[in-house]
Design a protein around this ligand. Structure first.
Ligand SMILES: [Fe+2]
Ligand SMILES: [Fe+2]
Length: 121
């Protein structure tokens, strides 16, 4: 994935998320990959949400709602049969990839600008 942010921590974490999402397509399916993605996504979302709260970011609620939608989608996927067909692996991976790309190039960029213009980077 192209660079997503001038904040090193944010870009690094996005790159890891894209790599984990890509690994969902791997054959054979790694039964732990969705749990690893969930843990890492949670780590990333909580860090962004902490910045938003600490800096009184004006779009905190809508950004957290977007994170929550991803949390719900991922939880539903974790409930699916891990011995899934490859076509399902590909569609889950593509769905999450597109969601994340829209998110990081959309509302995450607004947050990045806000943090970069604040005193605490
Ligand atoms: Fe992000
Ligand atoms: Fe975000």
């Amino acid at each position: 994935m192209q660079k997503t942010s001038d904040l090193i921590w944010q870009d690094t974490q996005h790159q890891v998320l894209f790599e984990l999402i890509d690994q969902i397509k791997q054959v054979p399916f790694d039964p732990e990959i969705l749990d690893r993605l969930k843990l890492y996504a949670e780590h990333h979302f909580i860090l962004e949400e902490t910045y938003m709260r600490e800096l009184s970011y004006p779009h905190t609620d809508s950004h957290i709602e977007a994170h929550n939608r991803f949390r719900v989608e991922l939880a539903a996927m974790i409930d699916t049969d891990p011995s899934m067909h490859h076509s399902l692996q590909v569609s889950l991976s593509d769905f999450l990839y597109k969601w994340l790309k829209l998110h990081v190039l959309g509302i995450d960029k607004q947050l990045e600008d806000f943090i970069l213009n604040s005193s605490s980077k």
